[in-house]
Design a protein around this ligand. Structure first.
Ligand code: PLP
Length: 374
């Protein structure tokens, strides 16, 4: 048997990783400016993270959702404190798509309705329910499991017209679209959207799977818009590489036994990883670092005249050129040994480095980028 061939692979085998760097089998060092699609939040192989997971492995193997799991509460408490959502509850699952599916399910239970509004360019995952709310052209054969879906522009009139049909349970949006090339609705749009949802008894879901967890310089990117969504979904940076996702649920959505469930969600090891990530974010002030380093990165990028637009916040950055970035990205990787990302717009280079990155790494990237575009 061999791995199912669904991913185009770069011809590089990574054997070791530390901080913002990864190393291939020949010992070549690469600067990681992409973190496996925003997964690496605190840096590779952080000592505290390794210690927590190792301790947990040595400690307890038995896991079942039908017994008390104190480490789940520790994750929830710390997450509540760092994100300023202490009054919300946390449902733990295993991935971003699963978090979004559970969010939609909750919205249907709460409102008794099933239509979902999402927005052009959005990406909410690849499981059947999540795919239904995504209009990413790369996804093969989307089909709709339980919900009907309306994919709209960021246009309040369109939203209002749809809500008049009175069949919508939720509006889901990314505060900053990741796969959709680092595009955000305006703060004013989001505030009005939240008001419309409230007025029509429709839940607002912020998909923070990519934009969340401190990366943008606030714990959640929607906090720039000063709204409080009813449901917030998280994954990626939450486990720094260990698979874990979650749903933050407003106190207005009362929990009932059997409403949601998962075999692996909230297991000890995933929680040990998640707890370590939160502890490091707190002790190393990584949210603040994301803001500061993001500003420095943008300041340096703004000195490169070939760049047409710099998008995003903190360390979630899109750089738009007036040419496709494919060759540029390959040259950054194979000539300069720097990993970067692409997005749905072929002219946008996507950057999602570790939140612990320093000015030195930014200077290395900027110098390589200048050499390539000059
Ligand atoms: N939501 C957003 C905004 C994402 O960027 C992604 C993945 O890229 C997902 C959901 C799906 O997450 P996962 O791949 O963990 O299912």
């Amino acid at each position: 048997m061999k791995p199912y061939n669904v991913y185009p692979l770069q011809n590089i085998t990574i054997e070791k990783a530390k901080g913002s760097y990864v190393y291939d089998e020949n010992g070549t060092k690469y600067l990681d400016f992409y973190g496996g699609h925003a997964v690496i939040s605190i840096g590779h192989s952080h000592q505290h993270y390794i210690r927590r997971i190792t301790e947990q492995l040595n400690n307890i193997g038995f896991y079942s959702n039908s017994v008390q799991i104190p480490i789940q509460s520790r994750v929830a408490e710390k997450l509540g404190k760092l994100s300023s959502y202490e009054d919300y509850d946390l449902f733990l699952c295993n991935s971003g798509a699963e978090a979004n599916e559970n969010a939609l399910k909750l919205a249907s239970f709460y409102t008794g309705k099933s239509n979902v509004i999402s927005f052009k360019g959005a990406f909410h995952g690849r499981t059947s329910g999540a795919v239904a709310i995504t209009d990413n052209p790369k996804i093969v054969a989307p089909f709709n499991a339980n919900h009907s879906v309306s994919i709209l522009e960021y246009d309040l009139q369109q939203v209002e017209n749809k809500l008049k049909e009175n069949n919508t349970c939720a509006v889901i949006y990314e505060p900053i679209q990741g796969v959709g090339s680092i595009v955000s609705p305006s703060d004013e749009f989001v505030q009005k959207l939240a008001e419309l949802c409230e007025k029509n008894n429709v839940l607002l879901i912020a998909d923070e799977v990519q934009s969340g967890y401190g990366r943008t310089g606030k714990f959640f990117a929607h906090q720039y818009s000063d709204v409080k969504p009813d449901i917030i979904t998280i994954a990626k940076g939450m486990g720094n590489g260990f698979p874990i996702g979650g749903v933050l649920v407003s106190p207005k959505l009362e929990a009932k036994f059997g409403m949601l469930g998962t075999t692996f969600g909230g297991n000890h090891l995933a929680c040990a990883a998640a707890l370590a990530v939160l502890e490091v974010i707190e002790s190393e002030e990584l949210v603040q670092n994301s803001e500061e380093k993001g500003k420095y990165l943008k300041q340096e990028l703004s000195k490169i005249p070939q760049i047409k637009e710099i998008r995003g916040k903190g360390l979630m950055v899109g750089i738009k050129f007036d040419f496709p970035i494919k060759d540029l990205r390959d040259n950054l990787l194979y000539k300069h040994h720097i990993f970067t990302g692409n997005a749905s717009d072929p002219n946008v280079l996507r950057l999602l480095p570790s939140m612990a990155i320093g000015n030195e790494e930014i200077d290395i990237f900027i110098s390589a980028l200048k050499q390539e575009v000059n």
